[in-house]
Write a protein of this length. Structure first.
Length: 148
């Protein structure tokens, strides 16, 4: 019987995602960002905000990561779904106690076998730029980003 091996986001890998997301943010010259990484349980594995970030950015970044993780789809997909089914997304947001932000910047982290092993949420600039930084960080850590 073969054993199913699912990778996990270690603290080392989480820090690599953060470092590279910030590197990308500086490269494309966007506003300071907050990065929140959730692990395979949906628990916060690591987070970091650059100097100059506003105090609400943690909750926004967490909401992007949390929504993606709990719904099993990137927050871009949640954004598209919100446009089509606003009542549904509003209801799901109520079920998560307001911890779902359905705009791009929340990206699922998949292993090489396509298993969801966590998520990354970034807030600080436009949602599209937040997503660009998240995707770069995830890829730099050797994982597969899923914007959904």
């Amino acid at each position: 019987m073969s054993e199913l091996i699912i990778e996990q986001i270690t603290l080392e890998k989480a820090n690599l995602i953060i470092q590279n997301s910030i590197k990308k943010a500086r490269e494309i010259k966007i506003n300071p960002i907050m990065v929140v990484i959730l692990d395979h349980r949906g628990a916060i594995k690591a987070c970091l905000g650059e100097d100059g970030i506003s105090s609400l950015r943690f909750k926004i970044a967490h909401g992007k990561a949390n929504g993606a993780f709990q719904m099993g789809m990137g927050s871009r997909a949640l954004f598209n779904r919100a446009e089509q089914q606003a009542y549904f997304i509003n209801s799901v947001n109520a079920l998560t106690n307001g911890e779902l932000v359905p705009v791009p910047g929340g990206v699922l982290v998949r292993d090489k076998n396509n298993n969801i092993i966590g998520s990354v949420g970034i807030s600080g600039d436009t949602s599209d730029n937040d997503e660009i930084a998240a995707v770069f960080g995830i890829e730099a850590a050797g994982f597969v980003p899923d914007v959904g």
